[in-house]
Design a protein around this ligand. Structure first.
Ligand SMILES: NC(=O)c1ccc[n+]([C@@H]2O[C@H](COP(=O)([O-])OP(=O)(O)OC[C@H]3O[C@@H](n4cnc5c(N)ncnc54)[C@H](OP(=O)(O)O)[C@@H]3O)[C@@H](O)[C@H]2O)c1
Length: 382
């Protein structure tokens, strides 16, 4: 893209990824232009972003007042496919990210994708749309960004033996199941390494997040599920690895940072100066790096996600919707932490899958799962 400013739309601009995206823009004001920002509410953060970045387009899916703005209010889909936008950063949790992502891909936009639920629910459709229009999907999730960096310059998937995702293990890695039974929302929201929005933080504590990431990796890199492994690495320094056919392992390392993968996605194929917030990695001072297997007995969400991934069809959409509802119920203190996997398992076990699902089938499966998550809440609690 040379010296021309990259024109961005940031969907989910007020969240953890959205604000860090705007911090990258702030560091390079001449090389990016924020054409549009979108969020749910017209919060103070949102209004301050409008003041600072003066976007031409704004979008709020929930309550908000545009009366004092000169920007044009549009839907998220309109913003994602607008002719003045080059790169769409998608950073909205849950199903709400799906329609704008598909709109961006349909319009051939580069999509810097943080919202993992898009590929979990509709991986095949999103990848087919991207292939049809030539729209690049630039992974922002740190693990997939790491895999991408390991794969750059390699010849292709035939030479990839395995993808290995790392997981911090979350706050309950060392807890017993008995201790986990009493986990409160505040404890689940206190992630040891990453500062993220509530949904993804709880998903990290149950390890559902890692199951989602296995699916993301499968769709992004076209690698079979049996060739995608996960290791727990509590230091969060190695962000993921690729094993090649000749036995070589390549890894990407840095101090934990989301600004780095966001910047890489926005500047690829170039590498710009390190984000100000990122300390250089001092290998000698760092201490040991450890790796261990995932305890699937304790983290049942991870096993459920792998099973749903391998079953395919509408199962991943049901998994994602049931998880979104279960996490919301847990955060509202209506179900305990360990009822999250029980509720999801109950919903999955009652689902009749649709093969080769269309978008409508996926949305129908999502709505079905949400209704049944509430219906089976009592079963999961018993
Ligand atoms: N945070 C991370 O480090 C991280 C890392 C990897 C991947 N991800 C993924 O990135 C996505 C965003 O995560 P996050 O941690 O940045 O979330 P977050 O902090 O909760 O922020 C969510 C953002 O999305 C907006 N939003 C929520 N629902 C919306 C809707 N229906 N329509 C329009 N905007 C909506 C919110 O607006 P309001 O402020 O108005 O509510 C906010 O701007 C998730 O899918 C997550 O899994 C996050």
């Amino acid at each position: 893209m040379g010296d021309v400013a990259r024109r961005l739309a940031v969907l989910g601009s007020t969240g953890s990824i959205g604000t860090q995206t705007l911090s990258v823009v702030r560091a390079y004001p001449d090389r990016f232009q924020v054409v549009g920002i979108g969020a749910r509410r017209g919060s103070d953060t949102f209004l301050a972003q409008v003041q600072e970045f003066q976007p031409a387009l704004v979008s709020l899916s929930g309550p908000g007042d545009f009366w004092d703005m000169t920007a044009q209010p549009v839907s998220l889909e309109e913003m994602a496919s607008h002719p003045d936008v080059d790169v769409v950063v998608v950073a909205i949790p849950g199903l709400a990210a799906l329609a704008p992502t598909l709109a961006a891909l349909r319009a051939g936009k580069a999509v810097a994708l943080a919202s993992k639920e898009v590929l979990v629910v509709a991986g095949r459709l999103a990848m087919e749309e991207a292939a049809r229009t030539g729209a690049p999907i630039l992974p922002v999730d740190s693990e997939h960004n790491a895999l991408w960096q390991c794969l750059v310059g390699e010849r292709g998937r035939d030479e990839v033996a395995r993808l290995i995702l790392t997981a911090s293990g979350g706050p309950f890695r060392d807890w017993t199941l008995e201790e986990m039974a009493a986990v409160t929302p505040a404890q689940a929201l206190a992630h040891p390494t990453w500062r993220m929005g509530p949904k993804v933080t709880v998903d990290s504590a149950t390890l559902m997040n890692k199951g989602f990431e296995v699916m993301e990796a499968h769709w992004l890199y076209g690698v079979l599920y049996e060739r995608i492994g996960v290791v727990v690495h509590p230091q969060s320094i190695v962000h993921s690895l690729v094993e090649f056919a000749d036995g070589t392992l390549k890894a990407q390392l840095s101090n934990p940072s989301m600004t780095l993968p966001i910047q890489y996605a926005l500047t690829y194929p170039e590498r710009w100066e390190r984000p100000m917030s990122l300390r250089s990695l001092d290998l000698a001072a760092m201490g040991p790096l450890t790796f261990e297997a995932v305890d699937e007995e304790k983290f049942r969400c991870f096993r459920l996600a792998r099973r749903a991934a391998e079953s395919g069809d509408t199962y991943p959409a049901v998994l994602s919707a049931a998880d979104e509802e279960a996490v919301a119920l847990f955060l509202a203190r209506r179900i305990p932490f360990l009822a999250i996997p029980s509720l999801i398992e109950e919903v999955l076990s009652r689902h009749t899958p649709v093969t080769s699902p269309s978008l409508d089938d996926l949305l129908e499966a999502d709505a079905w799962a949400r209704r049944h998550a509430h219906q089976y809440m009592g079963v999961a609690l018993s």
